[in-house]
Design a protein around this ligand. Structure first.
Ligand SMILES: Cc1cc2nc3c(=O)[nH]c(=O)nc-3n(C[C@H](O)[C@H](O)[C@H](O)COP(=O)(O)OP(=O)(O)OC[C@H]3O[C@@H](n4cnc5c(N)ncnc54)[C@H](O)[C@@H]3O)c2cc1C
Length: 325
């Protein structure tokens, strides 16, 4: 069976041309660094009629520092971001997450926008064609059944991106451009809890910029656990940002990756206004357990991943609490 279909390769010179090319047909896909899309293409998981390469668009390469915000173009590579000294100074948690993505050669090509928009993953999906065929495929691709949740009504493939949780904890927004113009929304709004349709992008749309508020009162961090430390997706990752006022936890944001079809934000507003304590940590763990939906989508068991998330979150928030003193 032929897995790699013929497709057209389009390299637009402006974002307007890119949008026109994307809007022209529903089977046209954005290509940036290709580190996520090309392996899927070669495995026959996607068969687009055309690829629109946005990696060289100048407007998607800009970095702009203003007093109250940092604006990043979606096509900037992770390597470039990690080497930006001011980013390390002002957003160390973001740089930590960036440096934990894959390996150095991936990061030289991989883009920020591609990282946010990367596909969801599952042991029944990221396999060779003959393996998937022998299982009658799965709900995410060509099949009728989700093998992870056979009685479920949707695909449960998991989002494993490292960068989105940190950006969400920092309160990032994104600009999306498309045939209808441009719109700005909180990064949370990019994601929807369905493993086969986890992005809210409309046909012809692409992420153009990421906007980060610059607020020195927040302390943030990222922790990730993976099977192979040198290069691997997170089997679970936790990003946190907090504001401390004296002995009071004024605000706490926590976002988990590697458990749901989206980077999942855990509501911890009940802890705000009190001190950070062992009791607060237990209450946070309970809220995490309730929010995350860890299933058998990776080789590492759900029970272990759930416990890892809760342990990482407790450790990370305790560290940030100390740091903020
Ligand atoms: C061995 C290996 C290990 C990896 N480890 C990690 C890891 O540890 N952590 C992690 O987060 N990722 C990991 N990845 C996934 C991937 O390398 C990164 O997520 C990378 O940042 C993707 O960026 P890219 O530019 O290469 O995206 P591409 O492959 O070009 O695109 C990825 C997806 O996003 C879409 N897309 C790209 N740009 C845009 C845009 N501007 N607007 C809308 N849609 C867009 C594409 O259509 C495609 O569907 C790994 C990949 C491999 C192969």
């Amino acid at each position: 069976m032929r897995l790699l279909n013929e497709f057209r390769f389009i390299r637009p010179e402006t974002t307007a041309q890119a949008v026109t090319a994307l809007a022209g047909s529903t089977d046209t896909r954005v290509l940036c660094g290709g580190t996520d899309l090309l392996p899927n293409l070669r495995r026959g998981l996607v068969s687009p009629g055309a690829l629109v390469d946005v990696s060289r668009l100048e407007s998607l390469q800009q970095i702009s520092w203003e007093d109250d915000r940092l604006t990043l173009g979606a096509a900037i590579t992770l390597e470039e971001l990690a080497n930006e000294p001011r980013l390390n100074r002002h957003f160390p948690a973001l740089v930590k997450a960036i440096l934990s993505v894959a390996g150095p050669s991936h990061r030289a090509a991989a883009s920020l926008g591609g990282n946010l928009c990367q596909d969801t993953r599952c042991i029944f999906y990221n396999q060779s064609d003959w393996w998937r065929r022998s299982n009658d495929y799965c709900l995410k691709f060509r099949g009728k059944l989700c093998h992870v949740m056979p009685k479920g009504d949707r695909c449960y493939a998991t989002y494993h991106g490292d960068i989105a949780p940190v950006l969400m904890a920092l309160g990032a927004q994104i600009d999306i451009i498309g045939p209808g113009g441009s719109r700005r929304l909180p990064l949370d709004g990019l994601y929807q809890e369905n493993g086969s349709h986890h992005l809210s992008l409309e046909p012809g749309e692409l992420v153009s910029t990421i906007i980060l508020p610059r607020d020195v009162q927040w302390h943030s961090g990222y922790e990730k656990v993976r099977v192979r430390d040198a290069i691997d997706f997170p089997l679970a990752g936790v990003a946190a940002a907090l504001r401390r006022e004296g002995d009071t936890l004024a605000q706490l944001r926590l976002v988990v990756t590697g458990t749901n079809s989206i980077p999942i934000r855990v509501d911890l507003s009940q802890l705000e206004g009190g001190p950070w304590s062992d009791e607060a940590a237990e209450e946070m763990a309970k809220a995490i357990r309730k929010a995350v939906n860890v299933l058998k989508t990776t080789v590492t068991g759900p029970k272990y991943r759930r416990r890892v998330v809760m342990a990482m979150a407790k450790r990370l928030v305790s560290q940030l609490w100390q740091q903020a003193a």
